[in-house]
Design a protein around this ligand. Sequence first.
Ligand code: P6P
Length: 335
Amino acid sequence: MKRHITLGEFIIENQKDFPYAKGELSALLSSIRLAGKMVNQEINKAGLANIIGAVGLENVQGEDQQKLDVLANDMFISTLKNRGEICGIASEEMEDFISFNESIHSDAKYVVLIDPLDGSSNIDVNVSVGTIFSIYRRVSPIGTPATLEDFLQPGNKQVAAGYLIYGTSTMLVFSTGNGVNGFTFDPGIGSFFLSHPHMRVKEGGKIYSINEGNYVHMPEGVKRYLKWCQELDPATNRPLTSRYIGSLVADFHRNLLKGGIYIYPQGTTAPKGKLRLLYECNPMALLIEQAGGKASDGKNRILDIDPSELHERVPFFCGSTEMVEMAEDFIAKFG
Ligand code: P6P
């Protein structure tokens, strides 16, 4: 009986094509796989284990930290630290990055940035959430503590990026710069299997994903684009379909599979938008470009933005190239 290959088999088969293919990135991806399994298990029993609800703390964004946010953050940090391949990690849940300086990290060549549980406000209402990760080669000397410069690199320097989506099924979707592949977790076997090889975003997407509750605060160009999406024009299959889950990973994943655009624009209440460049926009931008799509801040390619701080926010337009370019045209005309 022919079966799908596992994530482990895929990594072994393809690691020769990984950047700096010396097996370290493979080991790093394997530790992300392990941490993802552990978080998945906690999420699936959240309703029973009385870990739902805010832990009473706030993260650096001033958002209530859900207990699972904290748990997911701790799980990824400890799993990645124990593997010894990274010299440091930065997370949405932590104000500053952590440098790993034990003997097993003396040869570590990578750093990781994560949003350990994106969309966590949806946990209590049983909506899909996810983990987003971004991997860079360190720029500071090997054997020394990680520095801020290791993390403040433009997205075009990522060596790998991806997400886990904890939904009706749990999936790991990632790229090392050679296309995008999706792996579905089989809890009965405890392995991820290659279920979505060579993922490509549909050219002419018909789904737009944005929180229209913020309409009054949006730039004129975005307002005009939304009205264009909503006009009646059978020749161009309009009106388009609106879908917004409030969980970036879930909205992105649907658009990747079906075609579409996700927009979180700047606005009067969010001068630079809401999403963070380093651990939300950059990894998703790498994936969408590797799948044939586009990601910008409305004007500039996301992957070319030079970061200035760990938690900086940028406006985010991401999805089918045709849709992103249409939105960019409206912004160019109307601001
Ligand atoms: P709003 C979750 O907090 C998140 O970062 C993304 O996952 C999601 O797309 C967005 O914010 C939702 O924000 O303002 O529409 O609730």
